[in-house]
Design a protein around this ligand. Structure first.
Ligand code: PHE
Length: 463
């Protein structure tokens, strides 16, 4: 670090950190993807299995990530290097994290762009078409339209850049202090509306009813993989946010609060999405279309539908923004720590590069090279007729390979490589949970690596 480098910033308070970490966790994964996979896997038991994955696998890793950041005061690459006494091999784990952050943001921003586009359409009343077919086809049209995709992707990247450029306190923390209460408020309003719909009872039954026969081994592993994505683990987002945490912060209870809030929002999202789905006779397992193709059909028929549509898509946009801020912060913090760039320079240059990296994702809905062309190209990898376009391909690689690999690296490093005395001291510092150290270490040493290897075996189709 050069002598002129400014001192590292810290969160202004514990609340500031908890809000920022929750902002990172609660995102499109929690509000859209969780309801959909819970539905496909039969609800009930799947939800129980998911809760077990969060508590036994994800929370221990979150604690490890935040502690590594707090101890080293560095973004992932520097954190691994310093904690491993300069080892290049371990720094590589940090590098995978930084690269994964850039890739995730590049396509996440395209989906976030759809939410902005839909919020805008909703607010203008354009989702209120009298013709359900026209609304249903809207997503197919939007998805394939390069102009719309590129425009909103660019708008979203500019907003994320502005948030991160302000710094840790005046940018990241300040925005999360605004975004998270807004998100919770919107969620409560939408939930209140959903409880008045005919389909509410059926939705509760669908999500929480114990349909044991629907839970498969694959579903269990899906729950585990989703736990990583939804809590932003495995790419160093929590290492980076942890590097701004005060020394005497209670990391264990903060991790429990953040995971609990994310889980609560995921469950509430089910109770918003499914009553609408059932009340209007739509299919619950519709995949990506559940949100962008089906819900607008329902909104189009509801009284004050334009308002509810705008509120729903704004909720998604807000959640996506707080998550995107954390992915950009990983990459920016890396450039500040390791290259010595100023925050402004790092944010502008790197966000620009990531926006460009997202261009193929924005073009993935079309017939061209990154859409149908890429699907043909990857068909061999995923079995006959099952190729993925550029966007889906990278989403798959990140969620199933890169994030679990990063999580495995962090767990193995902290549990096996870090000095025992330093590890125990770090865990106990500021924490009222010091007596649970043995349990945390045991989970991190044995259960976590085993569970991650199981995800790999499943994702690569080895069983
Ligand atoms: N946790 C975010 C979500 O649920 C996604 C995310 C993954 C954000 C990895 C940062 C890092 O949408």
């Amino acid at each position: 670090m050069s002598a002129a480098a400014p001192a590292r910033e810290f969160w202004s308070s514990r609340l500031g950190f908890v809000l920022a970490a929750s902002g990172s966790a609660v995102g499109l994964g929690s509000i859209w993807k969780f309801p959909y996979i819970a539905g496909v896997n039969g609800g009930g038991l799947f939800v129980v299995a998911y809760l077990a994955c969060i508590a036994l696998v994800a929370v221990p890793i979150m604690v490890a990530e935040i502690l590594l950041g707090r101890e080293t005061r560095k973004a992932p690459v520097g954190a691994f290097r310093d904690a491993a006494g300069g080892s290049r091999g371990w720094s590589a784990v940090g590098w995978v994290g930084v690269a994964t952050g850039a890739i995730i943001l590049s396509y996440y921003s395209v989906v976030a762009g759809w939410t902005l586009h839909y919020a805008w359409l909703g607010a203008r009343g354009a989702l209120r078409s009298a013709d359900p077919d026209a609304v249903a086809n809207l997503f197919a049209r939007v998805h394939a339209d390069p102009g719309v995709n590129l425009f909103w992707h660019a708008v979203f990247m500019v907003v994320v850049t502005l948030c991160v450029a302000g710094g840790v306190r005046r940018g990241v923390e300040r925005w999360n202090r605004l975004l998270m209460p807004t998100l919770i408020l919107l969620m409560c309003v939408l939930l209140a509306r959903a409880t008045t719909l005919d389909g509410f009872g059926r939705a509760v039954e669908f999500v929480f009813g114990l349909h044991a026969q629907d839970l498969t081994a694959r579903g269990l592993l899906e729950a585990l993989g989703h736990a990583f994505f939804t809590l932003s683990l495995g790419m160093g987002a929590m290492i980076t946010y942890g590097s701004y945490v005060a020394r005497d912060e209670d990391v264990v209870s903060s991790s429990v609060i953040v995971s609990g809030l994310d889980t609560l929002i995921s469950l509430l999202a089910c109770l918003v999405v499914f009553p609408i789905t059932f009340s209007f006779g739509l299919a619950p397992g519709a995949g990506p279309g559940l949100m962008f193709a089906n819900l607008p059909i329902a909104f189009a028929q509801m009284p004050l539908g334009a308002l509810w549509a705008a509120a729903f898509f704004l909720l998604l946009a807000v959640a996506a923004l707080a998550s995107a801020i954390s992915t950009l912060e990983v990459v920016v913090a890396h450039a500040i720590d390791e290259i010595g760039w100023s925050r402004r320079r790092a944010t502008l240059l790197l966000a620009g590069a990531i926006a460009l990296l997202g261009v193929p994702s924005a073009l993935s809905g079309g017939a061209g090279l990154f859409g149908a062309g890429f699907t043909d190209l990857t068909a061999g990898l995923f079995g006959p007729g099952e190729g993925k376009n550029w966007f889906d391909f990278w989403d798959w690689v990140c969620a199933n390979l890169l994030l679990p690999a990063g999580g495995l690296g962090i767990a193995v490093f902290v549990a096996w490589r870090m000095g025992p005395a330093a590890r125990e001291r770090a865990f106990a510092q500021g924490s009222g949970y010091a007596r649970w150290y043995w349990l945390w270490l045991w989970l991190l040493r044995w259960l976590v690596p085993l569970a991650i290897v199981a995800i790999f075996v499943n994702a690569l189709g080895l069983v």
